[in-house]
Design a protein around this ligand. Sequence first.
Ligand code: SF4
Ligand code: SF4
Ligand code: SF4
Length: 328
Amino acid sequence: MAEKSKVAFYWCASCGGCEEAMVDLAEDILQVVEKAEFVLWPVAMDFKREDVENLKDEEILVTFINGAVRTSEQEEMVRLLRKKSKILIAFGACAYTGGVPGLANCYSREEILNFYYKSGDTVFNPEDKKPTPHFIEGNFAFEIPEFYGRVYAVDQVVDVDYYIPGCAPTRKVVKNAIDALFSSQLPQKGSILGASSKSLCNECPLNETKPEKIYVKKFKRVDKTQPEPDKCLLIQGYPCLGPVTRGGCEALCVKANYPCTGCFGPLDDVKDYGAKAVSFLASIIDSNDEKEIEKIIDEGLSNPLAIVYRYSLPKSLIFDTKIKKNGG
Ligand code: SF4
Ligand code: SF4
Ligand code: SF4
């Protein structure tokens, strides 16, 4: 029997959904098991950090990292896995562009710690304790990971070979990516694996109802009104980001009557997804009057920053360049 390739999975600042995506492979995971020997998979198997440290450099064929990087432990593990792996993959939106945890970059470390350890409604902390990397309790000295001043996408910490998009990546995308990895027909370094190179609209079943030009006088919210089922959501006024989002998910959200929020990230050659989304939404607002535009945005797009940067604030070229690691 051919020797199996070593494969590792690791999770950083993650909700666990990307780990679920692996399990969602169901019987297809047997194909992976046939070819792979797992050397690290904290959510499923009991390996220790020293098991990875004991491997030779580049002994792991491929490591999948999900989640963004927020703590010193995550940074150390990502650097260690980079050293031990031939191919390192940023798996899922959090690893690829910072994801939902990246929205925490709207706040400083101090603001976050104050909320969770002091001012939050359910906080009871009479001694005003906050986590610090080194502390002494009784006769014992403890060390816990340091909480950094911002969230990083994985390629802001180490070199990344490939990206698998999605929050979470769908079963089909994961399967396509794994097939590409084991087929030795890998694309150019830095490519997106498993997804489409075209926009989501190209695979959306409502695309034929979408006219060439769209103008919106009022944005609608799905928590307030129910979209009509068989009509492009954008022409109905719902801020669907399908036109600026990479396809590959088969329009999962739209099929559930919910506008695309952009989890598959930017199309090729777009460096800042949020900036592209802003420019797209601005281009469809049907007004040239500044006050009216403000009103359309205020009434229909609650928290515009979170709409356009829901998955990619740490990779924004416009925002977030000043908060340094370990800074407040
Ligand atoms: S990309 Fe989505 S599913 Fe994956 S870890 Fe991040 S939040 Fe969870
Ligand atoms: S519903 Fe969204 S994804 Fe579908 S065609 Fe309209 S804009 Fe594109
Ligand atoms: S429709 Fe948009 S938000 Fe939903 S899974 Fe697809 S890319 Fe992600």
